[in-house]
Design a protein around this ligand. Structure first.
Ligand code: CP3
Length: 342
């Protein structure tokens, strides 16, 4: 039997075709998951290792993805630091964002025990999965978590007050960033100790600040997370959404793979990024609402790309959207797996 293509690519081996998985594949579009959430809300599924493991493996069983991603959320680390998160039907809500406090860093106390359920979920995944299925662990990017912790939910997604805070309260912001990074490092070690094969950092809000500011005050913390994962031999995939030409600055110290967002054509991204780094991405998730003919037209453009760039993991340019037709998710997956890429 051929080795799992995701494992092959992260180990720098040649494959006949690119591996495929999709960000936010666990849950969302899957009928079995939708059915489960009718009786058990998201937060309860996440906290229940048996159910969380089942949801983690649904995209493998029901769609045929090449890798599973832990079913959890990036906000479990802020929660374990003491930031209150209410999970509503519209997503997370923050009753007491840190911006409203005088000395917010003092309110943060990390409880690693609050994340025990993730360790148990990963153990349960190991028991339930077939041996060749890789599991991806993850955390939120340091800026993305900081935005939620300080500003709460911002419908505009600009986080202007948070960015302003970074310029006006740098000392306090640094204290928060330090605590958040130490907590995230511990979280990486916890996941690594429970059998993950790769680690992804979801920096969904990289584009809310300038490249210069990101590189100077956030990237050093990202490197610490990467180093923590690498200390266990894990490859790191970094998804800095909206980072734009900032991807030119990324080096081997930052990550092993860069996950490209849908804004940037992947061919252009390849020209900008250090040749030592692999790529992941970047099908526009909203294209999945289009006709199969239009989807296929876009998919075909990846064939010449793969021939020149075999160190590539097929994925979306951001997470799957809730109402995406499952049929089209299956179409893309089958297409990637059955096309002659040579
Ligand atoms: O990729 C996966 O399927 C694994 C699990 C996963 C979830 N969230 C489950 C989830 C992952 C990797 C995340 C990451 C995450 N969470 C990000 C970064 C990626 C991105 O999409 O930008 C962010 C910003 C969050 C915070 C968050 N969690 C929001 C804003 C929301 C509500 C709106 C939304 O996007 O759904 C959540 C809720 C959430 N996280 C759900 C799930 C399955 C519940 C919604 C559902 O049932 O589909």
């Amino acid at each position: 039997m051929q080795k799992n293509p995701f494992l092959a690519v992260i180990n720098n081996e040649q494959t006949q075709r690119p591996p495929i998985w999709m960000m936010r594949q666990a849950g969302r579009v899957l009928p079995r998951y939708r059915k489960l959430t009718q009786v058990t809300p998201f937060r309860k599924i996440m906290a229940n290792p048996k159910l969380a493991a089942e949801v983690t493996l649904m995209p493998i069983e029901d769609v045929g993805m090449d890798a599973a991603i832990l079913f959890s959320d990036i906000l479990v680390v802020p929660e374990a630091l003491g930031v209150k998160v209410d999970w509503t039907s519209e997503g997370p809500s923050f009753p007491t964002p840190l911006l409203s406090m005088e000395r917010p860093a003092d309110s943060l106390h990390f409880e690693l025990n609050d994340l025990n359920h993730v360790a148990e979920t990963l153990d349960e995944i190991q028991r339930q999965k077939s041996p060749e299925t890789p599991v991806i662990g993850f955390c939120g990017g340091i800026l993305t978590c900081l935005c939620y912790m300080l500003g709460g939910r911002d419908k505009s997604m600009q986080f202007t007050d948070v960015v302003r805070y970074l310029y006006t309260n740098r000392e306090e912001a640094t204290l928060i960033l330090e605590k958040l990074t130490s907590a995230t490092e511990s979280y990486v070690h916890l996941q690594a100790a429970h059998g993950i094969n790769a680690f992804q950092i979801f920096e969904s809000f990289a584009g809310t600040i300038s490249v210069e500011l990101y590189s100077s005050i956030i990237m050093p913390y990202i490197r610490r997370i990467t180093a923590a994962a690498r200390s266990h031999g894990l490859p790191v995939i970094f998804f800095p959404k909206g980072f734009g030409v900032g991807i030119k600055t990324l080096t081997k110290e930052d990550c092993d793979f860069v996950s490209i967002d849908w804004h940037t054509p992947i061919v252009e991204a390849r020209k900008m990024i250090d040749p030592e780094l692999g790529l992941q991405g970047n099908l526009e998730p909203r294209l999945l609402f289009a006709s199969k003919k239009d989807i296929e037209k876009q998919l075909k453009t990846y064939i010449p790309f793969f021939r020149e760039n075999p160190k590539w993991i097929f994925n979306l340019g951001h997470g799957l959207l809730k109402d995406t037709p499952l049929e089209n998710v299956q179409f893309v997956t089958e297409w990637v797996k059955n096309t002659d890429w040579q």
